[in-house]
Ligand binder design. Sequence first.
Ligand code: MRU
Length: 356
Amino acid sequence: MKIQGKKYRTIWYEGNVVKIIDQTKLPHRFSIKELKTVKDAINAIEIMEVRGAPLIGGTAAYGIALAIQENNDPEFIKKSAEELIQSRPTAINLKWAVDRMIKKLSGVKSDKVLDIALNEAKEICDEDEKFCESIGINGLKIIEEIYNKKKDTVNILTHCNAGWLATINWGTATSPIYHAYKKGIPVHVWVDETRPRNQGANLTSYELNEENIPNTIIADNTGGILMQRGDVDMCIVGADRTLSTGDVCNKIGTYLKALAAHDNNVPFYVALPSSTIDWEIKNFKDIPIEERNSEELSHIEGIDEDNKLKKILIYPKKSKAMNLAFDVTPAKYVTGLITEKGICEASSAALSKMFK
Ligand code: MRU
């Protein structure tokens, strides 16, 4: 997709380094950062210079390649793989990508291993781009159906950033929106701000603006009243881990939005590539939920009148805060899963039929 009219992907390898768009600086600064070592990749994932399930999967894949480039010793690669998987616990894509890399590299002669690792990391990223494009083509049908009935702008609510910045390209939740817009269907997006890291305001709104898609940022608690007023035609969110049962783990606050959608008969869709499906865990309470530093709540970053980036404290100094990063939306609140293979019900039977 485009930034200031120029096409980008979120990650690529060039001149022996991995390049990323530093998302901690958006929307105020656009800067490209170089990852030279596996530690750089781990750090980028941990501090969210890259974030979003598919993108951290792609970064972990390149992280393995960087580890090999640095020190092609099996013990070092093994330790790096473990550290990459641990760098953020909730999105399953990290483990999925690292396992795929390790499987691909097992038994490969050491003089070939770097080339094969770099090819596989690129393949993982290329595949994600293709899958996200297919998610868009599949999800477009739902938006088109609503438009054909309504004959007016389709209002779509989304939470967090499940846009192209969270993937390699296209996004998951935003891909059907980009496809609808390109087809000339009038769309408008309600963008949940998504406290505390404000991925909605800082990233979703930013990337939609760059593609000229009408959007309005709302505080996280506003979706309910908009649904009661009939101002939301559908919700589309992404996923960090979708269980084979159809339960969906995504950014904190997704569950509450699904409850409001259910109460107001607003269709609630989850868009995901198959790399986000966890076929092992059956009980959503077993999903590791990341708890991040409470400073992400108590402090806020932005630019002042002199265009300088500043971080300020907004809580009482003595207050404690708790920062859970994800929650789970039970399958019963999900209208459908939009995947690269098509749209299916959020259930074990439907997911198995589609993917197994
Ligand atoms: O903490 P983040 O920004 O990595 O969380 C991202 C999300 O929750 C996204 O909605 C999810 O990864 C879907 S990505 C296409």
